[in-house]
Design a protein around this ligand. Sequence first.
Ligand code: URA
Length: 311
Amino acid sequence: MRAVLNALTEELRRLKSAGVRTVAVSDEGVVALRNAVTRRAGSSPRAAIVGRGAGVTEESPAANVVADSFRTPPSAVRISAEAPVAAALPPPVIALPAGDKAARWAALRELVLNHPVCRAHMRPGKKVVIGVGSLDAQIMFVGEAPGADEEIQGEPFVGPAGQLLTKMIQGMGLRREEVYIGNIMNWRPQTATTAGAEQVGNRPPTAAELAFCLPFLRAQIEVVNPALLVALGKTALDGLLGAGRFKTLGEARGRWHEFEGKPVMVTYHPSYILREPTPRKKRLIWEDLLKVMERAALPISEKQRGYFLER
Ligand code: URA
């Protein structure tokens, strides 16, 4: 539990140094944090957490930050000015239960959606996001992080980039429900806003955030056991193959790589195509998807082979 509280402290400190002064935590998030602190408090005779509005004593500096949430409304948890330095964000260790895929995935979903660190990143009305799709999928698409639409709906790739991804999947002759779609991150990386303001725009996740969320993706890969992965964009590339291994997406794109024994095709993120919807860019991403289709032994018609070729 100390690891979780340290992780939380580290993240709050990072947000504070980025200028963020309040972090919203839902009621459920507050309950999860209260439970975490209470469990930790039980291990120390000096510690006592007595609930919102009451006095709080806790020997852990991390718990002081968490405990602050009990004195303020859950929709605007203040970051303590004394937020301490903590060790690097320790990634969670996930032990999936025995059982069939559906049972294991359901357990994983519960874990991710209720994870105190994930929940601590939620603003009111926003959701932690885990992957969706077929648990028997041959192909798993991996994106970056939930965006504005995704954190509201609690599903990856439902906004404009997601609609394009769905079209790409259909172009491959598949339905969205036949593949699995996940993200490296389970929350939307927050940009600094003034107190309580709605986030505008995304920022790339930090290396610590990527490392923290990777075990959740790894566990999804373990449950679904797809034949291959498709990394969409640089963040997915960095998250799966290691930040710093490739300077640019172009160095890795269109080729097969490997993540823990699974083949990974690296291609553009659909939002890149939305920004530059030229036939040339569409063709480049499509050529990568043709390689995926070939490797997955999907039928490819002449028409499909010729998509986005300029004549
Ligand atoms: N972009 C992503 O990388 N993932 C989403 O879920 C949505 C947009």
